[in-house]
Design a protein around this ligand. Sequence first.
Ligand SMILES: Nc1ncnc2c1ncn2[C@@H]1O[C@H](COP(=O)(O)OP(=O)(O)O)[C@@H](O)[C@H]1O
Ligand SMILES: [Mg+2]
Length: 266
Amino acid sequence: MSDIVLDLQSLTRRFGPFTAVDALTFCVNAGEVFGLLGSNGAGKTTTIKMLTTLLPPTSGEALVAGFSVTTQAVDVRRAIGYVPQAVSVDGSLTGYENLLIFSKLYDVPRREQRSRIEEALEFMGLTAVGGRLVGQYSGGMVRRLEIAQSILHRPRVLFLDEPTVGLDPIARDAVWKHLIELRANYGTTLLFTTHYLEEADSLCDRIGIMHLGKIAAIGTCEQLKMSFGGHHSLDEVFVHYAGTALDSGGTLHDISAERETAERLG
Ligand SMILES: Nc1ncnc2c1ncn2[C@@H]1O[C@H](COP(=O)(O)OP(=O)(O)O)[C@@H](O)[C@H]1O
Ligand SMILES: [Mg+2]
């Protein structure tokens, strides 16, 4: 039997009368790369915020690395890394200095800090620029630094909210190359959200399509492509289950927030 690292049990979040995440129930296995797809407002970020203990569920439960997000939040936080949708590094510090702050935050033992930081820089292909101010980094380098920051304490599960939004295809490929190595070397489980269907198609072991707070479909890409008569593209699968093409929905607020993130990432 495979080792279950994420176990969502009717996980639900309401904002007033509005249900943003509606009774999500699914599991993710150790070492899996799991992609959560959905239009703007589908509930992806809210789901990640509950799994990372940043937002309490209204009802339901989730176990992350065996710990409850509602009663064992501290243990959950030690077991996870989180790369948020918004930029989370300080441009006025060097890459190394940003990582030093996080190694303290994550309680990396003092005498291991230097080697862990150097390892994380090396791992994300940033050794040569570790001493440079982050304000001078490209968008792709900033993203890779954020990932380096999130893996200093060697988490079992890494959550990434739209890790490649606003990056050009070459920078996106570089980010993914390093993430896939992370899984290969450390068996890190990855749960990420994305707008890019081709990314999900080529990288995920399984995907979940979120629509109006619910999981509309879940499975391997191949299973989903074969799930409603004949063989379909992932774009067609998305339209079938979410009722709309991927980038069409969303409120003006959501879209402008996303653009802002994209711009800041360069
Ligand atoms: N703090 C909040 N207060 C009220 N509504 C919220 C809040 N956060 C998210 N929402 C709403 O919940 C829905 C899901 O949002 P979100 O999880 O950010 O979606 P996604 O990440 O899939 O774009 C959206 O309709 C959003 O406006
Ligand atoms: Mg989001």
